[in-house]
Ligand binder design. Structure first.
Ligand code: FAD
Ligand code: SF4
Ligand code: SF4
Length: 475
């Protein structure tokens, strides 16, 4: 083993090649290239095969990282794919968009002064390479079962659950109100982080595996929860969180002040070749505009970088805390800066100015005060510190909350928390309604793709157990 591994002392960390900021600003293609076989082998060989692998402990899926790094270093790529896909339904997607600096790589323990193993990039390589070689096949269950499961939401939580249930032989139906499957993987996250054909080949494989997609189907509109319960033996709610958090400041109703997801959906649709009237008429196109994005999370980073690619005149990100306290991934902030985004740290909007449409944002400086209930330092305005930024398009990226699901689903009996997330028994993932389960952002609140996959897998395991127990009682 030692011949192929433990090379972190002699081999430096090397990420896959990154396109220059100038090149990147001209299209929506991904920023990082892919390792070739030798590059992946070399970088995997830096792993020291820890007895207690902290990388694995801090991966929400508990991925068997040391094993697939060893197999890659040894050139056993098909086996590496088998191990990687055993715990993750979309390894190449997580390899691209997990905030590795906070998860696996941030906890890689190779000696201090050496950089971590590039776990995410190797994970992406292993499965992209498997697709290229035809090793990723549709699912063929050993036995077809009669029971059917209805899944509401074709995001990562719903898709991961669907795959696990189909493997067990259940008849799986996914309902989604969008015209494409993928949830935020398709309509939220921009192509420069995750190209759309990567998602499309995943959902295509599920279709080829016998999973039925009912697209353009809004549960609550086309059919309520009760109707779906009549048609299926179990239901999984995986609808994500979509209601944008607002801001109460003067001028917030002016034209050209838009919510982040409207802006990103329009851009993603445009990129996939759809006709988007609000893009064509300029309302959701940043071209030639002074753009101000308000917020500091991953959604804000995606908006500023989209605006750069649309040819904005200037792009500023207004965030009320400082760089060290920003929720967005460090790597994404760095990418945004390279691409010409200006961060206005420690500042918040005071008012939007203009007649009909926004023309400027008046902001004030902020300072970090005493820690609040969450332990984070609460920002507070600095008196008489107002300044003004030119603005023709303001994008609000202040986070998301759940919709009122009991009302939407025509199911007032469905229990939700005071924040509107669906209440589940955390051991069984079942809601207060018999046979109705829930997973992903609609349970946790806005989170990460990797956690949605984890929840989808856990929910599938619980649904299997529930249906088997029911079948045993009936027999
Ligand atoms: P979703 O992906 O939201 O999918 C829910 C699906 O349910 C949607 O397709 C929706 O159309 C459907 N639906 C909702 N209501 C109904 C209904 N009534 N009837 C039928 N269908 C319905 N995470 C990362 O790990 N890395 C990132 O880089 C990252 N970037 C992000 C960027 C943006 C702009 C956003 C908004 C989020 C980002 N996230 C990122 C978070 C991540 O996308 C989510 O945590 C994840 O997608 C949640 O998965 P989900 O399956 O629970 O919900
Ligand atoms: Fe790291 Fe995410 Fe892959 Fe886990 S799924 S190994 S956290 S990149
Ligand atoms: Fe390898 Fe780092 Fe994981 Fe240790 S923590 S097993 S060195 S990737």
């Amino acid at each position: 083993m030692a011949d192929d591994l433990l090379k972190f002392v002699s081999i430096d960390q090397k990420m896959p090649e990154k396109r220059t900021a100038k090149e990147r600003a001209e299209d929506f293609s991904e920023v990082y290239a892919r390792y070739n076989v030798d590059g992946a082998k070399e970088q995997s060989s830096r792993c020291s095969q820890c007895g207690v692998p902290f990388c694995q402990i801090h991966c929400p899926l508990g991925n068997n990282i040391p094993d697939w790094l060893r197999l890659t270093a040894e050139g056993r790529l098909e086996e590496a794919y088998e191990i990687s896909s055993a715990t993750n339904n979309m390894p190449e997607i997580c390899g691209r968009i997990c905030p590795q600096d906070r998860l696996c790589e941030g906890n890689c323990v190779i000696e201090k002064d050496f950089d971590s193993v590039t776990i995410g990039s190797v994970e992406k390589f292993i499965t992209d390479n498997a697709w290229d070689n035809g090793w990723v096949k549709p699912i063929t269950p050993r036995k077809e079962l009669d029971e059917s499961v209805g899944i509401i939401g074709a995001g990562p939580a719903g898709l991961a659950a669907a795959e696990e249930l189909r493997k067990a032989g259940f008849q799986v139906h996914i309902y989604d109100r969008h015209d494409r499957a993928g949830g935020l993987l398709i309509y939220g996250i921009p192509g420069f982080k995750l190209e759309k054909d990567i998602v499309g080949r995943r959902t295509g494989r599920l279709e080829q595996s016998g999973i039925t997609f009912h697209l353009d189907f809004e549960v609550g509109g086309e059919a309520g929860l009760a109707e779906l319960r009549e048609n299926h033996d179990a239901i999984l709610i995986a609808t994500g969180v979509y209601r944008a958090r607002g801001l109460k400041v003067p001028g917030v109703g002016l034209g050209n002040i838009r919510e982040a997801l409207d802006y990103l959906i329009a851009s993603n649709r445009k990129g996939m070749g759809d006709t988007v009237p609000e893009f064509e008429n300029g309302a959701l196109d940043a071209n030639g505009k002074n753009v101000v994005v308000i917020g500091g999370g991953d959604t804000a980073m995606d908006c500023v970088r989209t605006a750069v690619r649309q040819g904005a005149k200037s792009v500023k990100c207004l965030y009320r805390r400082d760089r060290a306290n920003m929720p967005g991934s460090v790597r994404e902030v760095q990418n945004a800066e390279e691409e010409g985004v200006e961060f206005v740290w420690l500042s918040g909007p005071e008012a939007f100015l203009g007649d009909e449409k926004v023309e400027a944002v008046r902001a004030y400086e902020m300072r970090l005060g005493a820690p609040d209930a969450t332990g984070r330092q609460a920002p507070e305005p600095v008196p008489e510190s107002s300044f003004t930024l030119d603005c023709d398009l303001a994008v609000m990226a202040l986070g998301f909350e759940p919709e009122d699901l009991p009302a939407l689903f025509g199911a007032p009996e469905l229990r939700v928390t005071r924040w509107g997330t669906v209440t589940v028994n955390h051991s069984t993932m079942m809601t207060n309604l018999e046979g109705v389960f829930a997973a992903g952002d609609i349970v946790r609140g806005a989170s990460l793709v990797v956690w949605a996959i984890r929840d989808g897998r856990d929910a599938a395991a619980q649904i299997k157990q529930f249906l088997r127990a029911r079948a045993t009682v009936a027999a």
